[in-house]
Design a protein around this ligand. Structure first.
Ligand code: 13P
Ligand code: SF4
Length: 309
């Protein structure tokens, strides 16, 4: 493992490459990354990237967003099959019909979608700026929100605004079990429950804090509580524990999963240290976005970045 890590760091330097990694990546990958963050932070970092190659250790839509923001850089992803159930839940042809059926609506899409979907959107958002982005639209303009219905419902609650929601969801965040969570909380009555807004409403109702992966890490750092039950993908616990070494972090339990007490995103975990090495060595698989789609998808992403300052 140590040898592979050293080889990656050497290659990275020789090729003037940077590695951007999401918090859900395995610890070994997070350790060799130049930046580890949430979707918004990763997009902002991609804009600043002063490199010839961006190796994106995350899922496809994240690498695609980095490519849209950096058309002249080579963007590579260790495993092209690293998708996302939310992105998959929103096929472009069907989404186009959905938009056509709701004329006069502003289309806001969660960044967890394909470049084709972004190209049909007026605004893009991430979990850390979703409420702000939706609130930026004048109240008299109706909104379509896609693809995550759970995040959509959460925004509706926060803004008091009804939206037309696409029926998509994240398989990982929908797997949390309320019964098991309540039982776990009884065992740790002083623990604060924190949750990602992709979780279902009944999980969010139990949470003392709801936010993006970065938001959750910031919360455990600043909140005086000593114990937290964390309802998001278990990969976040690595960085979170480093930030609060003396606090107890307990992964929220998933349904029908008695072999493991936590939830893992199979897409995120497709990337391995060896695949990172091979990808950097061969500079493939490469993310390609057509100029036509890129030009259209760039606008709503740029609007989001502008509104996120
Ligand atoms: P964040 O932007 O909060 O890191 O979320 C990304 C994601 O895919 C959550 O499942
Ligand atoms: Fe997509 Fe869910 Fe995996 Fe995040 S955790 S990448 S939303 S499938």
């Amino acid at each position: 493992m140590k040898k592979v890590k050293e080889a990656i760091l050497k290659l990275k330097k020789a090729k003037n490459a940077i590695i951007l990694a999401h918090y859900y990546q395995e610890p070994d990958i997070q350790e060799i990354a130049d930046y580890v963050g949430d979707s918004l932070g990763l997009s902002q970092e991609a804009v600043k990237a002063n490199a010839d190659i961006i190796l994106f250790a995350g899922v496809h839509f994240m690498a695609e967003t980095a490519k849209i923001l950096n058309p002249n850089k080579k963007v590579i992803l260790p495993d092209l099959a690293a998708g996302c159930s939310l992105a998959e839940s929103c096929p472009p042809e069907i989404f186009k019909k959905f938009i056509d059926a709701h004329p006069d609506h502003i289309v806001i899409t969660y960044v967890n979608c394909s470049a084709e979907i972004k190209a049909m959107s007026h605004l893009v958002c991430t979990s850390s700026n979703a409420v702000k982005i939706v609130s930026s639209v004048p109240k008299n303009i109706p909104i379509i929100f896609a693809p995550d219905k759970n995040l959509g419902r959460y925004i509706e609650q926060e803004t008091g605004r009804k939206m037309v929601l696409w029926d998509g969801s994240c398989v990982v965040h929908e797997a949390f079990s309320l019964d098991k969570l309540i039982a776990l909380h009884k065992k740790h009555p002083n623990a604060k429950i924190i949750a990602h807004p992709e979780s279902e409403a009944h999980i969010l109702e139990t949470a003392a804090y709801i936010g993006s992966t970065s938001g959750m890490i910031a919360f455990v750092k600043t909140n005086p509580a000593e114990e937290f039950i964390v309802a998001t993908e278990a990969g976040i616990l690595y960085k979170m524990q480093q930030e609060v070494p003396d606090k107890l972090l307990i992964p929220a339990p998933a349904q029908e999963n008695n072999t493991c007490a936590c939830s893992e995103c199979g897409f995120m975990k497709m990337n391995t240290l060896q695949k990172v090495y091979d990808c950097l060595l061969n500079e493939t698989p490469e993310i390609i976005v057509s100029k036509k789609i890129r030009t259209k998808a760039l606008l709503p992403i740029e609007r989001m970045l502008e509104l996120s300052h």
